[in-house]
Design a protein around this ligand. Structure first.
Ligand code: ADP
Ligand code: ASP
Ligand code: MG
Length: 452
């Protein structure tokens, strides 16, 4: 049994969706498959944008976006299913969904604000529709696909916009819903990203969360592999949008892949690895445009290298707390970190000295409240335009020269914080936001582009 997840570009239009059917058709001989799909590429951004526009009083622009999205979905359905009865049913469903969305937009305009819960209702529409379209495309081509509403399987808590999975409930629902379909030789097709809190209230797992859906389902059905099909050849030595010469990584450890994802490699949602590790299920990353490519295999073991890849993240926030009371005060750090916990904000990089603590935050939504609470401990300074670069490799701390080479490679780029993970596989540097790209170029050149 495998779970195959196709991202937004892999289901962007009728041609891409037809390709998904071909990819899965080629695999079916080797065993049952659950298909997880993202929204048609770019849809989630437009959905969130139109909700914000409506709440901000720009109802007309919001309604125009609703219409554009509806037309796009209808066009792809026509192109995929030309004239079948299923096309007519789906067109009705799509029409009704967008009519409801237009009503929601009007309600947002009247209210003048959005709640995380209403944002999730809007954002989920992309995957709820794309998955129905993909299921219909399979059937139209003669494959026994069945649409599964993700809200019946992906059980979560009600932390809207970044809901956390209820792993036991997901396992139970998967066994009750997905396994019987697989046993009957059917292909379950469901949307990623979307879940439901108790009471079947729609939630989402956070941006990019379809990868996480796939690995949660993979763990729940004890799949033999989780496949992430995307628009690049696999995990590469750096983001190819920043480093066009980045190279394919054929095999990488779970630990290294998790660090890369957490420190900016968007190809995998950061939470994807954990469910796979727990069950020891390998994760593969493939290019849906080159289905015969080697891809990347993520598993427990991989050849040990000093540096496997480089990641970078822009727009992070650096918070520095200075407190003379910290000196010899047991429990001080715990109390500082409780502030971040209270405001549900996770910390990326941490360094401490006897009188100071510095942390970086990815998500600064609750920064105001955090700063207020931290002020009780001492002087707080904030640098909003920070960035991070990380070198990741199981052998960084093996007495190799990797750390020295990284610092030399950065040359004149100022470094504000440096941190080597306890596991020795991640060396992270905090730098200015606008230095992230040049720093990645320098590091990639030093570690991967030297003539050997
Ligand atoms: P999908 O829509 O399929 O989920 P994403 O856009 O979320 O695709 O992720 C794929 C993108 O991740 C690639 O186009 C690439 O620009 C980016 N990326 C960042 N770091 C890496 C990396 N180390 N290896 C591969 N891709 C990366
Ligand atoms: N469609 C969602 C997003 O754009 C989830 C995903 O594609 O993984 O964030
Ligand atoms: Mg993604």
């Amino acid at each position: 049994m495998i779970v195959a997840k196709f991202g937004g570009t892999s289901v962007a239009d009728a041609a891409a969706i037809a390709n998904v059917v071909d990819v899965i058709a080629g695999k079916q001989a080797s065993g049952p498959v659950v298909v997880v799909v993202s929204a048609l590429g770019g849809t989630t951004n437009v959905l969130l944008d139109l909700a914000h526009k409506a709440a901000g009083g720009e109802l007309l622009s919001a309604l125009q976006l609703v219409e554009q999205l509806r037309d796009r979905h209808l066009r792809e359905v026509r192109a995929l299913l030309d004239g079948s009865t299923e096309a007519a049913d789906l067109a009705l469903e799509i029409g009704a969904s967008f009519e409801e969305l237009a009503h929601l937009a009007e309600a947002f305009r009247t209210l003048g604000y959005l709640t995380p819960r209403s944002l999730d209702t809007v954002a989920a529409l992309g995957e709820l529709l794309s998955s129905q379209i993909v299921a219909a495309a399979f059937r139209h081509r003669g494959y026994p696909a069945v649409w599964v509403d993700a809200r019946d399987v992906m059980k979560t808590n009600d932390f809207f916009t970044r809901a956390e999975p209820d792993v036991e409930a997901i396992a139970l629902a998967s066994q009750q819903l997905l396994l019987p379909l697989l046993q009957q030789g059917k292909i379950p097709v469901m949307g990623g990203f979307v879940g439901a809190a108790p009471g079947r209230v729609t939630t989402t797992l956070g941006r990019g969360g379809s990868d996480y859906s796939a690995s949660l389902i993979g763990a729940a059905i004890e799949a033999t592999a989780i496949e992430i099909w995307t628009d690049v050849d696999g995990m590469l030595t750096a983001d190819p949008r920043v480093i066009p010469g980045a190279r394919l990584i054929e095999r990488i450890s779970f630990d290294e892949a998790a660090e890369l994802a957490a420190f900016g490699a968007k190809v995998l949602h950061p939470a994807t690895i954990a469910p796979a590790v727990q069950r020891g299920i390998p994760v593969f990353v493939f290019n849906s445009r080159k289905p015969d490519g080697k891809g990347t295999m993520i598993a427990f073991d991989a050849p040990r290298l000093a540096v496997r890849a480089i990641a970078g993240k822009r727009s992070t926030t650096l918070v520095k707390l200075r407190s003379s009371r910290m000196l010899l005060a047991p429990g001080f750090l715990r109390r500082v970190f409780e502030v971040f916990e209270t405001h549900r904000t996770s910390v990326d990089v941490v360094t401490t000295s006897e009188v100071s603590v510095s942390v970086t935050l990815d998500d600064a939504t609750n920064l105001g409240a955090i700063l207020q609470d931290l002020a009780a401990f001492g002087d707080v300074a904030v640098e909003r335009r920070s960035g991070i670069v990380a070198i990741v490799g199981a052998g960084i701390a093996d007495g190799s020269r990797a750390i020295a080479d990284a610092l030399i490679a950065l040359g004149p780029i100022p470094v504000y914080m440096a941190s080597l993970s306890a596991t020795g596989i991640n060396f992270t540097l905090v730098i200015d936001d606008e230095q992230v790209v040049p720093a990645m170029q320098r590091l990639h050149a030093a570690f991967f582009e030297q003539a050997s």
